[in-house]
Design a binder for this molecule. Sequence first.
Ligand SMILES: Cc1ncc(COP(=O)(O)O)c(C=O)c1O
Length: 396
Amino acid sequence: MSNINNHKIHLSPPHLSGKEIEFLDDATASNWIAPVGPHLDAFEQEFASFTGMQGAAAVQSGTAAIHLALELLGIGRGDRVYCSSFTFIASINPALYLGAEPVFIDAEPDSWNMSPRALRRAMKQDALDGRLPKAVIVVHLYGQSAKMREILRICRHFDVPVIEDAAESLGASYFGVQTGSMGMYGAFSFNGNKIITTSGGGMLVSRSIPAIDRAKKLATQAKEPVPHYEHKEIGYNYRMSNLLAAVGRAQLRQLRIRIKQKRAVFEIYQDALDRVKGFTFMPEYEGSYSTRWLTTLTVDPKFTKVTRDHLIETLAEQNIEARPVWKPLHTQPVFQGVEYHPHSNQTSVSEGLFEQGLCLPSGSALRDVEQQWVINCILARLREERQRFVSISSRR
Ligand SMILES: Cc1ncc(COP(=O)(O)O)c(C=O)c1O
């Protein structure tokens, strides 16, 4: 087999619409490059309106948005913060910047996101011990919402605020409500691999305008609103520039199309590979509308005779980028000994997902011929392995 045209097929590359240049031209023509400007205000308004929130603060990364949310909740040294274990480390890093103590909660099988069962068990125990967390960070992975009804019910019962890490789920909804708009704060990322990008950037959303105003102040070195530089507290340099906001506005206009494209990519994989015994695609459960930001599946070598890692190697040989799903945070060396609550006493769902979970190239601009190439490479490797298995078995 030889690659279609020898160029690399990436996991989720940026997808520009061509409109970005018009918005950038406007920003440069008016000399509004940075720090703030009309595109920044407009991007925030348009974004808040898309998510159904009252206010939004555009910042330099999704990590910064989570950091500000934790600051707004007054998280500090020694406070316990619960977080999904099955996620990227950026979900919890800002809690550690603030000296908080992380507690990891497992995933559950329907959504691959936070397990309400594990959350309830942890909260009940912590309520009895008088050490409830000060916040819960719920992550919506790979374009799909967590089971927010149950999670919010539990958090409301114990009076613990929820921050949604919607870095990977912009445009996904749960019973018609946008992810990132169900908790107290929602954090989004516009990193280069996200469904829309500003090259790097993030957004914090909230129903509270005073909270968003405070986030903007904290993101501007906590400068007091007086003509000279007056500071009563320590802040950050986290604001997005007007130039990147211009790119963000053009990208946001494409979001609905991008979701359709990502879902179409998923459907093609599903049609071609769903019948393979041992392949199980990430489910889209009742009430969830996933953007399918990344197409993910588990590979059970008992049936496929190849592991997830074998498939990644096979694809890499053909210049195709595929990756394992996130390694659960409670298994990361840096979090050795950190408290962890599995889905049940017998099962750690996130560990099982990590063992077998695979992310396939899912760019919204992925061409049919490229996707067919990815599928052919996978099917060819499976066939090879099956033949080897049959010939070894027949020799025995
Ligand atoms: C789940 C999750 N949380 C947080 C982040 C952090 O976003 P950023 O890279 O914009 O800081 C990312 C992505 O990068 C992510 O995938």
